[in-house]
Design a protein around this ligand. Structure first.
Ligand code: 3HC
Length: 293
């Protein structure tokens, strides 16, 4: 019998964190969403509001259901408010210094039974667990963008994870309507170890002018029956995230198939990160394509 969970904290309410907070609140959990300052908190709340309004407009949620979800969501800038939650999902940017700060605080603030999960897509869950005094209670819980829609949740266990922690998080993932897959702590886990090199290969084709961005995307969509092509997906995921995943794969395996495409690195250096920065391979309106020469 696994322990009952009711209260969940989500730290970091960017695209992923806001989606994760929404998923838990929709599934009936009380959710405390935490951001670093009021402006970031307002942006996070805005992401959730927009997504819920869209669901209401499409007739997927009634106004009553929406008010129920709203009443289960609390937003705060104080991590101290997480003292009593059963599970925290961290979704702050992919920097180990930020993870150290967050996990140090969570370890101090949260009750000893609280499970601490990270949504990292590129950092080692083992290293994050080692930042705390409770490595047995730390796992990866990796969602996919858009979090309210994508069904997979990778549950990443480390050499230190207590089996009960993995069982509880797997059950929680099912309760929120996800399909959990338990995977080991290796660069890219499973999904990103396959998906991001595929995106990187598409960038190489583009960089070599084998085809236009539209042709590359259309070819893969139609050939493989995928909902979006690799360059559109890169823009949605964020080119900085794609680069971070390629770099950890390279670090771990030193295999040339994991070398990031030069254009990917240049686009990140130029701040052309995809949808989050308004332009990537595609852009708003008449944004020109990235130059490859
Ligand atoms: N938030 C909430 N809901 C959203 C959404 C968002 N950002 N985007 C789309 N949706 C919902 C829509 O409301 C709609 O819901 P409904 O079926 O209940 O009406 C449904 O998703 C379909 O949306 P649309 O009809 O607007 O558009 P599409 O049919 O083109 O679907 C898509 C959009 C779901 C994004 C689809 O194109 C898709 O599945 N793309 C691939 C996404 C993917 O591969 N994600 C994984 C990326 S890897 C990753 O995230 C890991 C990280 O670590 C890098």
């Amino acid at each position: 019998m696994v322990q009952e969970f009711d209260k969940v904290g989500v730290v970091g309410l960017g695209t992923m964190g806001a989606g994760i907070a929404e998923v838990f609140a929709r599934a009936g959990f009380d959710v405390i969403g935490v951001e670093i300052d009021q402006a970031a908190l307002d942006r996070g709340r805005g992401h959730v509001d927009k997504s819920l309004s869209r669901a209401v407009a499409k007739g997927k949620l009634t106004e009553e259901e929406r008010s129920g979800i709203d009443s289960r969501l609390v937003f705060t800038t104080s991590r101290e408010d997480l003292a009593d939650v059963d599970l925290v999902v961290e979704a702050v940017p992919e920097r180990m210094d930020l993870k150290r700060d967050v996990f140090g605080d969570l370890d101090r603030i949260c009750k000893t039974e609280t499970i601490l999960a990270t949504n990292t897509s590129s950092l080692s869950v083992t290293e994050i667990a080692a930042l705390t005094g409770r490595p047995g209670k730390v796992v990866g819980l990796h969602f996919f963008n858009p979090a309210p829609v994508m069904k997979l949740a990778e549950v990443i266990t480390t050499v230190s994870t207590d089996p009960e922690t993995a069982d509880v998080v797997t059950e929680v993932a099912k309760r929120i309507g996800k399909t959990p897959v338990t995977v080991g702590d290796r660069a890219g886990f499973v999904a990103n170890a396959l998906l991001v090199p595929y995106i990187n290969d598409a960038i190489r084709l583009y960089e070599r002018k084998v085809a236009t961005r539209e042709e590359i995307d259309e070819a893969v969509k139609k050939a493989a029956g995928l909902p979006m092509g690799p360059l559109t997906l890169a823009d949605m995921v964020g080119l900085d995230v794609c680069l971070a995943v390629m770099d950890v794969l390279w670090e771990e395996y030193r295999d040339k198939r994991y070398a990031a495409a030069p254009l990917l690195r240049r686009m990140v250096a130029a701040g052309r990160l995809g949808r989050k920065s308004g332009r990537g391979f595609y852009g708003d309106g008449d944004e020109p394509e990235p130059r490859v020469t």
